[in-house]
Design a protein around this ligand. Structure first.
Ligand SMILES: [Mn+2]
Length: 405
């Protein structure tokens, strides 16, 4: 475990020029500790789920300078909150030797930063109408005190690292996918017309917690009938109608790595003729695109092929006559990188390489017929092509009809 964090930081070090450094802020602690979710870049580099900590790693005269700042225990609070992680424990997990308390942060950082030219900070994306984040406040302060210093977002350095998954990372994703799959199977067997969408969400959350995983990777979409044609539907409040299709877009997170699976099934256990027609088209496209995945292929090519196939399907389904009108029924791209973030670092037009994990998720959404179908699998790019990490989660028509009866 510790080895991979050392390797990741070594790769960062190799990307730094002399007199450059990274400064990475952990997320703040929420009022309910169980809800704590670590900053993804902080976790990736340190392996620590510590709130409020700050990690510094710089290059001076081609030598590394590494420091971690953590919270100090307040003796009176220990009885309420429990003891915080101490320096020894933090070193054991992260391999970082030089650890100080946060009350020393500004003084120690100030001394080190004054002689640098550039720092990379996990500023991330924050809209101008939102309050400034801790990293942004820090960057402003640095710029005021050291006008010669350039501050940039850290993401650029993280993309080449985070988009290639190690064996351990793939294992975390696989666990997340398997737990998600167990929940989906249970949903297939339990769902009935007349239930509310949130009752199916409860099954997902039950399986998550039962397996010791405390977080979903994103807000689950459980959408019946026409709701499935709203791409980011999150109400999960509607009653499931007889003979409707239910679309699930869900993913459990394991050690911060998120699954992202979509399945669509007939609640009654039988597809209507029309539902089956639409489902058959989406399933064929899902399978076709998956088989195209291999090192060297671009996300752009996968998207273009998907559009071409969707156009044909929509004409066959008599939904459009002119292929350029396809966007009425298919309006997103076919996939994205998957990892610590559900929409992980890795450009939408990137060329795939061994160790990338992407989603393949074509869909057809027919609001006027109350039919929305999306089928999404999580695919690892391998030397010889691909491995479908979610292949065990049923999606064939026969399997779904059997399971849902
Ligand atoms: Mn997705």
């Amino acid at each position: 475990m510790i080895q991979q964090f050392l390797e990741r930081r070594k790769k960062i070090f190799n990307q730094l020029q002399d007199k450059e450094a990274i400064v990475v802020f952990a997320n703040a602690k929420p009022s309910y500790p169980r809800n704590f979710l670590q900053d993804k870049n902080f976790f990736y580099l340190t392996g620590l789920n510590l709130p409020n900590a700050v990690y510094f790693f710089g290059k001076q005269n081609d030598k590394p300078i590494e420091m971690l700042f953590i919270e100090r225990n307040i003796p009176e609070m220990v009885v309420w909150e429990g003891a915080k992680m101490d320096k020894e424990e933090a070193t054991k997990i992260s391999g970082i030797e030089r650890i100080s308390y946060l009350d020393e942060f500004e003084r120690k950082i100030g001394l080190n930063i004054a002689s640098l030219f550039k720092i990379f900070v996990n500023i991330g994306f924050n809209n101008i109408d939102k309050p400034l984040t801790k990293p942004q406040v820090f960057v402003n302060k640095v710029k005021e005190h050291f006008p010669h210093l350039t501050a940039m977002d850290l993401t650029k350095l993280m993309v080449p690292l985070r988009s290639i998954k190690s064996k351990w990372e793939v294992e975390q994703l696989q666990t997340a996918i398997d737990v998600t799959g167990a929940a989906i199977n249970k949903i297939y067997q339990t769902a009935q017309a007349g239930m509310k969408e949130y009752e199916l969400e409860a099954i997902l959350r039950f399986h998550t917690t039962k397996n010791g995983l405390h977080h979903l990777g994103f807000s689950p979409i459980i959408a019946t009938g026409k709701n499935a044609t709203t791409l980011h539907y999150e109400e999960n409040n509607a009653k499931i109608g007889k003979n409707e299709l239910v679309l699930l877009d869900v993913g459990v997170a394991c050690n911060n790595y998120s699954a992202d699976i979509s399945r669509t099934f007939p609640v009654s256990g039988t597809f209507t003729k029309r539902q089956k027609e639409v489902y058959t088209e989406v399933l064929a496209i899902n399978k076709k695109i998956i088989t195209m995945v291999k090192p060297g292929i671009g996300m752009k090519e996968l998207n273009e092929k998907t559009v071409e196939l969707i156009q044909k399907s929509l004409i066959k389904l008599k939904l459009i006559k002119d292929k350029k009108n396809y966007q009425k029924y298919y309006m997103h791209s076919v996939g994205h990188h998957l990892g610590l973030d559900t929409h992980d670092l890795g450009a939408r037009d990137s060329v795939l390489g061994i160790g990338n994990v992407i989603t393949v998720e074509p869909g057809i959404y027919i609001a006027e017929e109350g039919i929305g179908v999306r089928i999404e699998d999580d695919i690892l790019v391998t030397k010889n092509g691909y491995k479908n990490l979610s292949e065990n989660i049923p999606k064939e028509i026969d399997a779904l009809e059997n399971l849902c009866k």
